[in-house]
Design a protein around this ligand. Structure first.
Ligand code: IMP
Length: 497
């Protein structure tokens, strides 16, 4: 007979936290949100720790290089979506690894033999008025000069005038050497009254520009998530089909951590993928797996060698897996059971395998609940899709700004590998929808508010660290009537403008 679990599976909405003693020393400034990303042995620290417990979802509409840069600058991590070509995904990873705040890779370049017409066409296409002139017209060629709008008169100079006749030649340029700090670059800009400082390497090859206009954006990010070479840390999603080609390309591009992206990760395909990584790279390449919703799924992937395990089936805001396939579990129940399994596994083996709660976060307090229930970090799609940094279009609907947000299992993304059950043909029925989410502005502004709330709730629980929250939080179930009590009720709300 089938094994029937009679306990109801529950969502975050059905729980609340009960305050613990808040000591005088416990205030939001004291709260640390550091948390492990990958497995570690008892008494040791993990090779990668997040500075905030957030990662962005492995989705076309959420995690490209722009999101990855913004989130890592703020202490979290993005998994660049895998439903694109290996080359394109590797290029996105490379872009994040090469990123240095304030140092911009030149996107508009020509050779001295090009003409004024080419400059004007390029400006029309890219919008950039500073053009790097290199020997081969690439962004990393030998720097021979610079063209800005001060070097030509568009309506007076002949269009076929060669760039070499009007560019500012290299001999007259002030340049910075590769390796200068942003502060030093800014000092050179100020001392020489420049608008642009080209940064070159020892072979005179152009590497970056530093622009005066970006000066205000050059503030330090104290939370930045950096590797040992001070480069931003980035993750990437992979699948269990083309991993033998995709993983080496991503590793070559400098990826820090991989995650097998699947709606149902309790599978031999995932075990094989992890095995491939261990045989080829040992423990050097980090790989998470999932998604699972119970102890059995967790143990299977932990024993297969996963660096972390992701939890969640059917709870994502754009997800229709439960309707389509009838598989899944309330996210809160899934996290609680897997967290218990993780703790038991740690006791038994001395290996701590972090777990990630993926999908279904609606309110900011759901994040604290997920952590209190035992998640080490949280993956979100909808939350991040609303920001300027997500890859999708911002449009106006009924007078309100919205951003597009679509599931990986929707017809739009066509990421059928994510839902693959093996066999010769990939399944082709939708498990996700195409939707809009309210536009919410800059990632950092929203994150500051969310993190402020999380820290404040943690102080109410009398705790200043995530491990302590997991250990000591008191969590209660709520009835449906007490959910009504929790909002504004029995008053006539004033209309807000
Ligand atoms: P959200 O934060 O509630 O929007 O959920 C995001 C999560 O939903 C992702 O991290 C995935 O685990 C999951 N997901 C993404 N696309 C789909 C889909 O098309 N169908 C089902 N689940 C999806």
């Amino acid at each position: 007979m089938a094994h029937i679990i009679n306990d109801i599976s529950r969502t975050f909405n059905e729980y609340l936290l009960i305050p613990g003693l808040t000591k005088k020393t416990c205030n939001p400034d004291q709260v640390s949100l550091k948390t492990p990303l990958v497995k570690f042995n008892k008494g040791q620290s993990p090779d990668i720790e997040l500075n905030i417990p957030f990662v962005s979802a492995i989705m076309q509409s959420v995690s490209d290089s722009k999101m990855a840069i913004a989130l890592a600058q703020n202490g979290g991590l993005s998994f660049i979506f895998g439903s694109q070509s290996i080359e394109d995904q590797s290029e996105m990873v490379r872009k994040v690894k090469k990123f240095k705040a304030g140092f911009v890779v030149s996107d508009a370049n020509l050779t001295p033999e090009h003409t004024l017409r080419d400059v004007i066409e390029l400006k029309g296409k890219t919008g950039f008025s500073t053009v790097g002139i290199t020997n081969d017209g690439t962004s990393n060629g030998v720097l021979l000069g610079l063209v800005t709008s001060r070097d030509y008169r568009p309506n007076k100079d002949p269009m076929d005038k060669k760039i070499k006749e009007f560019m500012t030649p290299f001999s007259k340029l002030v340049t910075g050497k590769l390796g200068v700090s942003l502060n030093e670059a800014n000092d050179i800009i100020w001392d020489h009254k420049l608008n642009t400082l080209p940064i070159i390497d020892e072979n005179q090859k152009l590497r970056f520009f530093v622009f005066r206009k970006d000066y205000d954006n050059h503030n330090e990010n104290p939370n930045e998530l950096l590797d040992s070479h001070k480069r931003l840390i980035v993750g990437a999603g992979i699948n269990t089909r083309d991993y033998k080609e995709r993983i080496p390309a991503l590793v070559e591009a400098g990826v820090d951590v991989l995650c097998i992206d699947s709606s149902d990760g309790f599978s031999e395909w995932q075990k094989e993928t992890i095995k491939f990584v261990r045989e080829k790279y040992g423990e050097k390449v980090k790989i998470g797996a999932g998604n699972v919703v119970d102890k059995d799924g967790f143990l299977y992937l932990a024993e297969a060698g996963a660096d972390f395990v992701k939890i969640g089936i059917g709870g994502g805001s754009i997800c229709i897996t439960r309707e389509q396939k009838g598989i899944g579990r309330g996210q809160a129940t899934a996290v609680i059971e897997v967290a218990e399994a993780r703790d038991e596994y740690f006791k038994k083996t001395g290996v701590y395998v972090p777990i990630c709660s993926d999908g279904g976060i609606v309110q900011d307090y759901h994040m604290v609940l997920a952590l209190a229930m035992g998640a080490d970090f949280i993956m979100m799609g909808r939350y991040f899709a609303r920001f300027d940094e997500s890859p999708t279009k911002k449009i106006i609907i009924n007078g309100n700004y919205v951003k597009e947000y679509w599931g990986e299992g929707s017809n739009r993304a066509r990421n059928w590998q994510r839902y693959d059950m093996g066999g010769s043909s990939l399944l082709k029925f939708e498990e996700g929808v195409d939707s809009y989410v309210p536009y919410a502005g800059k990632l950092k502004d929203n994150l500051d508010i969310t993190l402020g709330k999380i820290k404040s709730t943690m102080c109410s629980c009398g705790t200043t660290t995530i491990p302590d929250l997991k250990e000591n939080a008191k969590i209660t179930l709520v009835s449906s009537t007490s959910i009504i009590e929790g909002g504004a009720h029995d008053v006539i709300l004033k209309e807000t403008k």
